[in-house]
Design a protein around this ligand. Structure first.
Ligand SMILES: Cc1cc2nc3c(=O)[nH]c(=O)nc-3n(C[C@H](O)[C@H](O)[C@H](O)COP(=O)(O)O)c2cc1C
Length: 245
């Protein structure tokens, strides 16, 4: 197996970091890898916020569902989906740009996440662990204020990076769905009950499908943080109201 495939398969999220700062060379290599990611129309519809202020890091560790390891990470990057700079550049040039709409936002989110994943993969190749923090979007209203984000900038993802705590065993990689569960051919087929039960058989074997799904639905999908994510993203989308005309 080549080194790229090996790295992709062995990477796990890291949440226990050493205090060692990221070296400037490694930081630059990660940033350069992020910038080299595929990007729609070569527009780079993202901006990376490097959170270097310890008080801000601490604050984010609280606003992001009280996850203290965020404050202990050597490098905290917020990947912003950023349509603002293109919109402003169009105006600067005297164009008459239409108002950005949800399609533009989703394209910018694609760009931001692809850049983020390049950064994660590059970091892993340098012996630097990382973990995505979804709560930056879940609390989007709070974070748009905290990070001074203008109208067409949305916090798509946060990734925290650091060297592993000395002596820490590599993290356990949670099992994935069987490959046939993530690949279909040509046109989408919605799964029926029996197929769904087979798809989740590994995860649900011990507790049974119904009990496992019910617990997961309560803990994640119906949780207060998930409801808040949907509420605050919906509120934000109302301001991102260009209709393409
Ligand atoms: C969008 C996204 C948001 C995530 N948010 C969190 C988070 O807030 N806290 C956390 O500890 N892990 C978070 N994770 C990490 C996932 O829990 C982890 O990727 C998943 O369990 C698979 O494990 P692995 O990364 O070790 O393969 C997030 C991952 C993604 C992709």
């Amino acid at each position: 197996m080549n080194e790229t495939l090996k790295g992709l398969l062995e990477r796990t999220s890291l949440r226990r970091f050493s205090a060692r700062p990221i070296s400037p060379e490694d930081r630059l290599a990660i940033l350069t890898a992020a910038a080299a990611a595929p990007t729609a129309g070569n527009q780079q519809l993202y901006t990376i916020l490097d959170i270097t202020d310890p008080a801000l890091k601490e604050r984010l560790s609280r606003t992001c569902d009280n996850q203290p390891f965020i404050a202990r990470a050597a490098m905290v990057w917020v990947f912003l989906a950023d349509f603002q700079k293109w919109y402003d550049a169009f105006q600067e040039a005297g164009c008459s740009p239409r108002r950005p709409g949800p399609g533009d936002l989703l394209l910018a989110v694609d760009d931001a996440l692809i850049a983020a994943q390049n950064a994660v993969t590059a970091a892993h190749s340098l012996g630097i662990g990382s973990c995505y923090i979804g709560d930056v979007m879940e609390q989007c209203r709070v974070h748009r204020e905290l990070l001074h984000l203008p109208e067409y900038v949305f916090p798509a993802a946060m990734v925290v990076f650091g060297y592993p705590e000395p002596g820490a065993a590599p993290g356990h990689k949670p099992e994935r769905l069987p490959l046939e569960g993530i690949l279909q051919e040509n046109v989408y087929r919605q799964l029926d009950g029996a197929q769904l039960r087979r798809l989740f058989a590994r995860q649900t074997a011990r507790e049974g499908f119904d009990a496992w799904m019910d617990a997961f639905c309560r803990r994640k999908y119906n949780s207060s943080f998930s409801r808040e994510m949907t509420r605050s993203v919906r509120e934000y989308l109302a301001s991102f109201d260009g209709d393409g005309t």
